[in-house]
Design a protein around this ligand. Sequence first.
Ligand SMILES: Nc1nc2c(c(=O)[nH]1)N[C@H]1C(S)=C(S)[C@@H](COP(=O)(O)O)O[C@H]1N2
Ligand SMILES: [Mo]
Length: 264
Amino acid sequence: MTDARLFTRRAALLGGVAGGGLLLAGCDQLTHSADVQRVLHAAERLTYRSQRLLGGGRALAREFSPKDISPVFKPNGTTYPGGDDYAGHVDEGFKNWTLTIDGLVQKPLELSVAEIKRLPSRTQITRHDCVEGWSAIGQWTGVPLGLLLKASGLKPNARYAVFHCADNLDGELAKGGEQSPGQYYESIDLVDAFHPQTIIAYQLNGKDLPIGNGAPLRLRVERQLGYKHAKYLQRIELVDSFSHISGGKGGYWEDRGYEWYAGI
Ligand SMILES: Nc1nc2c(c(=O)[nH]1)N[C@H]1C(S)=C(S)[C@@H](COP(=O)(O)O)O[C@H]1N2
Ligand SMILES: [Mo]
């Protein structure tokens, strides 16, 4: 199926949920121009440059079979966001939790978890690698992020997707660098945002996400390290630069010294 037809079909599916009237024009052109911008601005680490220049933008992370799934998927970092808000959402079974997509988009979206679960989904069994030295294999189900982005219609200057999370995390002394508490956030470029394995997951191993693993929604961006996989997702903001957000380095751990491009 051509990209254009796939795009139209997906957009039609999403239209039923998001209220129709989606602005679809020019998305492919916008994606393309973002590619061009990305090449012009290529200034990241060697792994990032080589992956992009070697045309690896679409290469898939390895997928495993059900027998490989780890018996326990260790929750790490925040395992229960503080504050009454989150506890209230837990009590309500996340009925009123929403995911907002805004910033440099034609049509901002706000979707409930139930609406997201009705969209086309992808299931993948992948290995998660944390910089702390542990790995786990899990099966994730969620909506492809690219589908949501196409439905919201990126503006031509959109270059990054920023993921805003519900939790305020204390730094860990062991990790070096600035250790002030802060709202957890992350960001990826549009190549990773439109990558087929980049999903907004709502299931782990066939069940609703456990609280410890990011309920009700979390990012899976399979070609990057664990800290990029933002949990407790509330908002995806499209930006042309993340220098004005929090510490300006594109993520909670990036602001505390980690690399922005955490390719595996
Ligand atoms: N919101 C939020 N997302 C987060 C974190 C966090 O503390 N808060 N920790 C990150 C890190 S370092 C890892 S390894 C993974 C852990 O995911 P898990 O809890 O499902 O194992 O989530 C990442 N995403
Ligand atoms: Mo991690």
